[in-house]
Write a protein that binds this ligand. Structure first.
Ligand code: PEP
Ligand code: MG
Length: 321
């Protein structure tokens, strides 16, 4: 079986009826890129940049960050590479930031909220990314966007740093795409408006499920609520993909669900353009998609969204495949 999978390393990802999608890898550091490429990844769908900031006692410098981003972009040789700006807070702490304790860290000052608060820190990361952009195909996305205003503010900071670098004669790519994670229900519900302003979406199901069901993603006792197949979650995902496509934009997914073999048929049927997962899942996903018909799955989506529980969805998918 492994030998059969290995044959797929250099193949495109196509369904039985010829629909092509992109399979990408999630990484946490430049050292992870090799595994993604060995496993046939066509891009990086999520580079979690937290590693640069964690396990140390001061901020990483702009040059340190630049070297890390450049290394990833160079290794990817022009393939699309999505770097997520700092997603700290919640369960991930930075001792040197001295953040006040919060009663509900997962509903607190984290990710883009923190970056807009600590703007100098955010600007350093954006400058490092802008400088690295000439070394590959860089796409940048902001985590935990809840409102249009947050996206606009983050984009304005980005454009300001871009202009300053250009005026200083620093070469910067002109094709950097700016997108956002859709991992808060408010963003999914407003996807039609976001889609007019972003270059792409990446759905973060790990958090989207948690916030939709109000169920801590780490609490095993709540696993009956934390269900990717919950029709409430599936309806939000469908809204995001449709909104993106109406504006001619791409919709990807970088939460665990994108690499879940049981979920892939549904996501393919909904028209998801890019699936980003751990390197070890990529070839299995490619084989899975090759055996599926996109149009057959598409025809089942309305029925799936009319079901009333995650269990019903799961058993319907199992028996209809
Ligand atoms: C997500 O929320 O789905 C996601 C990919 O981000 P993280 O797991 O880093 O929160
Ligand atoms: Mg998340």
């Amino acid at each position: 079986e492994q030998a059969q999978l290995t044959q797929l390393v250099h193949e495109p990802t196509r369904s039985k009826d010829g629909h092509q999608v992109e399979l990408a890898g999630n990484i946490g550091s430049p050292a992870d890129v090799a595994k993604v490429l060995e496993n046939g990844g066509e891009g990086i769908g999520l580079f979690r940049t937290e590693f640069l900031y964690m396990g140390r006692d001061q901020f990483p410098t702009e040059d340190e960050q630049y070297e890390a981003y450049k290394s990833v972009l160079e290794q990817m040789e022009g393939r699309p590479t999505i770097v997520r700006t700092l997603d700290i807070g919640g369960d991930k702490e930075l001792p040197y930031l001295n953040l006040p304790e919060e009663a509900n860290p997962f509903l607190g000052i984290r990710a883009i909220r923190l970056c807009l608060e600590e703007e100098d820190m955010f600007r350093v990361q954006l400058r490092a990314l802008l400088r690295a952009s000439v070394h590959g195909h860089l796409k940048i996305m902001f985590p935990m966007i809840a409102t249009l205003d947050e996206f606009r503010r983050a984009k304005a900071v980005f454009l300001d740093e871009k202009e300053k670098l250009e005026q200083g004669g620093v070469p910067v790519s002109d094709r950097i795409e700016l997108g956002m994670m859709v991992e808060i229900p408010s963003a999914a519900l407003m996807a039609d408006q976001f889609a007019k302003e972003v270059d792409f979406f990446s759905i973060g199901t790990n958090d989207l499920i948690q916030y939709t069901m109000a169920a801590d993603r780490m609490n095993e006792q709540l696993s009956y609520l934390y269900q990717p197949f919950s029709p409430a979650v599936l309806r939000l995902i469908k809204m995001v993909i449709d909104a993106a496509h109406r504006e001619g934009k791409h919709a990807g997914m970088c939460g665990e669900m994108a690499g879940d073999e049981a979920a892939i048929p549904v996501l393919l049927g909904m028209g998801l353009d890019e699936f980003s997962m751990s390197a070890s899942s990529i070839l299995k996903a490619r084989a899975k998609i090759a055996g599926l018909s996109k149009s057959e799955m598409e025809a089942k989506i309305d029925h799936i969204l009319s079901l009333s529980s995650g269990e019903e969805v799961r058993s319907y998918i199992e028996q209809s495949l």
